[in-house]
Design a protein around this ligand. Structure first.
Ligand SMILES: Nc1ncnc2c1ncn2[C@@H]1O[C@H](COP(=O)(O)OP(=O)(O)OP(=O)(O)O)[C@@H](O)[C@H]1O
Ligand SMILES: Cc1ncsc1CCO
Ligand SMILES: [Mg+2]
Length: 262
């Protein structure tokens, strides 16, 4: 893996415009996370404009957290525009195993071959069709249990799959990487995974998807570690995390990234 910090430098140098079709829970924290990192987020989901906006966005994130059938149409249209233009788009299959509506949406979006799929272990397993324990937005399976599902999804899409948790796993179907950065308080703050999906989209602009995803996850986890020292629990963690994302230098990221070959 190249110097991890350079991916942060490249992302900030272009402040990429990232369209996010995300859930109601995530919208505010996700936009703030992306701004703190140095990207330019726009939450645009109406069916009448999602595809039109995708034509000007540099990347797209699609999150099924609070979906409805109208939103799914907008997601498909925007993803189709990105795919046709060769621009990156990232799928976050929130609680995919829970209902038929989510499973159907996940299957339709998977067919549009996301550049990157980012989810927790239970979501990656359920999207791949494996038996997963998680039924809501929180993970109930270990990252290790989802590695084969991640390789399967990457193979089927020709893209990258990322499983997040205590130690993240990223694969393009052949090579795999582990990212040990992160903090146990992160799953106690809602939508930090959703927000990370937007960060992955921003890092993937004009960069190879596998390396960009690894770098985005290391950056995010390291900022989480730093924020723990500046906070006393999930409430004060959130503003401290935004500050840490903004303050991170490429040099600190390169030095603090705990990335190993799987
Ligand atoms: N136990 C843990 N220890 C350290 N870091 C963690 C832990 N669990 C999650 N993380 C980190 O938290 C971030 C968000 O990942 P997580 O797997 O919690 O997403 P998620 O389940 O999709 O979240 P949400 O759906 O609430 O947005 C990642 O950077 C991940 O590495
Ligand atoms: C809690 C929750 N419910 C639907 S989306 C969401 C945000 C975390 O995925
Ligand atoms: Mg999630």
């Amino acid at each position: 893996m190249d110097d991890i910090g350079t991916y942060l430098t490249k992302m900030r140098s272009t402040a990429p415009l990232v369209q996010n079709i995300t859930n109601y829970v995530a919208m505010n924290i996700m936009a703030n996370v992306m701004l703190a990192a140095g990207a330019s987020p726009a939450m645009v989901h109406a069916r009448e404009e999602a595809g039109e906006f995708a034509a000007i966005a540099q990347a797209l994130s699609v999150n099924i957290g609070t979906l409805d059938p109208e939103w799914v149409s907008a997601m498909e249209e925007a993803a189709g525009v990105m795919a046709a233009a060769g621009k990156p788009w990232v799928l976050d299959p929130v609680a995919i195993g829970a209902t038929t509506l989510r499973q159907d949406a996940g299957a339709r979006l998977l067919a549009l071959k996301p550049t990157v799929i980012r989810g927790n272990a239970s979501e990656i397993m359920a999207l791949a069709g494996a038996d997963a324990a998680g039924r809501g937005a929180d993970a109930a399976d270990a990252v290790s249990a989802a590695e084969a599902a991640a390789r399967d999804l990457a193979g089927r899409t020709g893209g990258v799959a990322a499983v997040t948790g205590p130690v993240d796993y990223v694969t393009d179907g052949s090579e795999g990487w582990r990212i040990a950065n992160g903090a146990p308080v992160m799953p106690q703050v809602t939508a930090l995974g959703c927000s990370l999906t937007g960060i992955v989209a921003a890092f993937a602009v004009d960069q190879p998807a596998l390396a960009a995803t690894v770098a985005a996850l290391a950056y995010y986890g390291l900022a989480g570690e730093q924020a723990v020292g500046l906070s006393t629990g999930p409430g004060s963690f959130q503003p401290a995390f935004l500050d840490a994302l903004a303050a991170m230098t490429p040099e600190t990221l390169t030095a603090g990234a705990r990335v190993t070959r799987a």
